[in-house]
Design a protein. Structure first.
Length: 465
């Protein structure tokens, strides 16, 4: 019997889900409503696509497992992406001070444009003859409360567009934050889905620059927002990307939003808690206009808690949860969800009883960790909607701040912080005796007075001083 799977959405989460399914299904149809670019170009349906993205070590490891043989890492590096060590290639000002650049390299991340990452993954997955990307828009689910049996599809890009039914043994919804899965489930008789939104009002502003001569391998430079000072958070980031470019993203929560005009963009960067980002870009050549985005809420659908989850339906990626993009977790969480699907399929196949519920519960675990990290900070910004800090938040925040402070002067604390933020390890990593001791002891070295740049790196700021 031929087994067919349907994936709704050809974004990163969708293509990784298709890769996972291709090992068990005879046919994987990926439905995408937008026309996809032929190369690494911005896609209409991705509002955050023009802003800085990093692929954490945990996400890359999951991708390499889900897309075997393709070596996503090698393909990205060959296309110009940068592989950066959190311990060596990052300059970061946290709420508790500057992090040091330790000799130990620590976990690595991939830095490139989102367009390049999506293109490399899509090309690798679509090379499998079992995976077919089809233009179309999912308008409803087929089946009943016990089992989803397919998707009703509206054709896109045709004058006589009509609707047709597409049967499937398994449907995976990766249609993004605008997913209608809760509405669709209601139509099947599945109700009671709990949803939550926490919104800081963050606005992202991004502009791409040509990296100055000699700065092609410049470290990722981050001035993090401080949630604990009772005023709007403001942040800035220089991300080295392919093509000898810097992607510069500024962010401000409600009441502290960055402007869209070039002069205001530079002024905002110079007025951050430290002017390093502004000084570095002051003499750099801009290559694009300033792009703004407000699609930055934390949204979550607690689908794993639905008592009678239907067979034949899995929800992953932004359709399951979205996070404040300031924390760089979305792509990694999507990859970890696809890995859960991949492993469950390897154990039982597309038609295994209870597959959908097991995947949904397994995918919730990385969501839990990322949600706690994002919301645990966002609740402290003034004007945040959807949450206020409670006693539990105060306890967790107290520990997180002590860990971050220790990480500014303790390699053991820094290693634990990197492992958890990279999603290589869960929160339990922070409860190891060595980590607790490092947090208790605090920083072993005095605070740095400024960014830990080398003499050559610091030279790039001189013309603007």
């Amino acid at each position: 019997m031929t087994r067919r799977a349907v994936v709704i959405g050809a974004g990163l989460a969708g293509m990784l889900a298709a890769a996972a399914l291709s090992t068990s299904a005879d046919e994987v149809i990926v439905l995408e409503r937008d026309e996809l670019p032929e190369g690494p170009a911005h896609r209409k349906g991705l509002p955050q696509g023009r802003h800085s993205h990093v692929l954490m070590a945990g996400g890359l490891a999951a991708m390499e497992e889900v897309v075997p043989g393709a070596s996503i890492r090698k393909q990205l590096l060959a296309a110009g992406a940068h592989e950066l060590s959190l311990g060596r290639d990052m300059v970061a000002l946290t709420s508790e001070g500057w992090l040091r650049r330790w000799q130990d390299e620590g976990p690595r991340l991939i830095a490139c444009s989102r367009a390049l990452l999506d293109w490399v993954v899509r090309a690798a997955v679509a090379a499998d003859p079992r995976v077919v990307i089809r233009r179309g828009r999912a308008v409803d689910l087929l089946g009943d409360a016990g089992r989803v049996t397919g998707v009703r599809v509206a054709a896109e890009g045709a004058e006589d567009a009509g609707e047709s039914d597409l049967a499937a043994d398994l449907v995976v919804d990766t249609s993004g934050r605008g997913s209608r899965v809760v509405h669709w489930l209601g139509g099947l008789g599945v109700t009671g889905v709990r949803e939550r939104t926490v919104d800081t009002g963050l606005v992202n502003a991004t502009r791409v620059y040509r990296a100055p001569e000699g700065a092609e391998r410049f470290p990722m430079t981050v001035v993090q927002a401080d949630p604990y000072v009772s005023r709007p958070g403001r942040s800035g980031m220089i991300l080295p990307i392919e093509g000898g470019r810097w992607m510069v993203s500024l962010g401000g929560t409600r009441g502290g939003e960055p402007p869209a005009d070039p002069e205001g963009f530079l002024r905002y960067a110079l007025d951050l808690p430290h002017p390093v980002v502004g000084r570095l870009i002051a003499a750099a050549e801009p290559l694009t206009d300033v792009h703004l985005s407000r699609s930055t809420r934390n949204d979550r659908r607690y689908l794993e808690k639905v008592r009678d989850w239907p067979e034949g339906l899995v929800v992953l990626g932004d359709a399951l949860a979205t996070f404040n993009p300031a924390y760089g977790q979305g792509m990694t969480v999507a990859a970890l969800g696809a890995r859960v699907l991949h492993r469950e399929l390897a154990a039982g196949g597309v038609g295994a009883a209870g597959l959908a519920r097991r995947v949904q519960r397994g995918a919730a675990r990385p969501v839990d960790a990322a949600w706690a990290a994002a919301v645990g900070q966002d609740v402290w910004y003034p004007g945040t909607r959807g949450a206020r800090p409670g006693l539990g938040d105060r306890v967790v925040t107290g520990f997180a701040r002590r860990l971050t402070l220790a990480a500014t002067g303790s390699p053991g604390a820094a290693a634990a912080l990197w492992d958890v933020t990279s999603l290589l390890a869960g929160p339990g990593r922070l409860l190891r005796p060595a980590t607790l001791l490092a947090v208790l002891n605090g920083p072993l070295l005095p605070p740095l007075p400024g960014p830990p740049l080398t003499r050559e790196e610091r030279r790039l700021m001189e013309p603007a001083v």
